[in-house]
Design a protein around this ligand. Structure first.
Ligand SMILES: Cc1cc2nc3c(=O)[nH]c(=O)nc-3n(C[C@H](O)[C@H](O)[C@H](O)COP(=O)(O)O)c2cc1C
Length: 211
């Protein structure tokens, strides 16, 4: 195997001028997200979500961004999962997008709130049947002895398409209401560009950070 310490890459694809960026980070994020789509980033909506439990222990996992709102970003999950339980204990989260193809990172900090049941319904019923069935059969994050029960339940749920699969009450969306966001563009020699937005009272304050 190649020596891991020898794996290195120069970042040369872009530059970032915080003074030229707008006042609202979510508007800026929309633009970056569109560029990620246009650049055919693999899974541009995959973000690493960090939670911290009541014992101050962090944990992270990937979830998918499903909406950008005026105040934040939305993902969907099982409210009874480990992350769901941790969010009950502590609603403060971080999220990070890494778009290697663009040599970009976006960091997000915020506080989650559940979206409305109507909005969770709207997304759930827009999903393919197989994903709806998956949400029903999985007690996400519980220990199980095998996948036979899951597979059998999936077969049963997929068998009759005339029977609607109802959204489980414990499955739905969270909106991360954002109070901090950072845009990062890789630059040569590790002298990267960073633009940070922080919400101070109700206004966004934008600063440039040292790489
Ligand atoms: C690319 C990718 C996308 C994922 N999207 C979601 C998602 O949108 N919602 C979700 O609950 N889990 C998603 N997962 C699974 C989570 O990473 C995680 O395994 C699961 O949510 C259980 O996490 P928890 O035990 O910390 O609650 C995704 C995983 C990957 C690798």
């Amino acid at each position: 195997m190649k020596n891991i310490a020898d794996i290195r890459k120069e970042y040369t694809k872009g530059a970032l001028e915080p003074n030229e960026m707008g006042d609202d980070p979510l508007t800026e994020f929309r633009g970056w997200f569109q560029q990620a789509i246009d650049s055919q980033v693999l899974e541009p909506n995959a973000m690493i979500l960090g939670t911290v439990n009541a014992e101050h222990r962090p944990s992270s996992r990937v979830v998918l961004l499903k909406e950008i709102t005026t105040e934040g970003i939305v993902f969907f999950t099982n409210y009874n999962s480990r992350k769901g339980r941790e969010l009950l204990e502590n609603p403060f989260v971080s999220a990070v997008f890494f778009w290697a193809e663009l040599e970009r990172q976006v960091r997000v900090e915020g506080r989650v709130r559940k979206i409305s049941e109507a909005d969770s319904d709207a997304y759930f019923y827009s999903r393919p049947r197989i994903s709806q069935a998956g949400a029903v059969v999985s007690n996400q994050s519980e220990v199980i002895s095998g996948r036979e029960d899951l597979d059998a339940q999936m077969v049963a749920l997929m068998a009759d398409e005339s029977i609607e699969i109802a959204r489980p009450e414990h499955w739905g969306g969270y909106e991360i209401v954002v109070y901090g966001m950072e845009f990062w563009q890789g630059r040569p020699g590790r002298v990267h560009d960073r633009a940070r937005y922080q919400k101070v009272e109700s206004a966004w304050v934008k600063t440039r950070l040292s790489p």
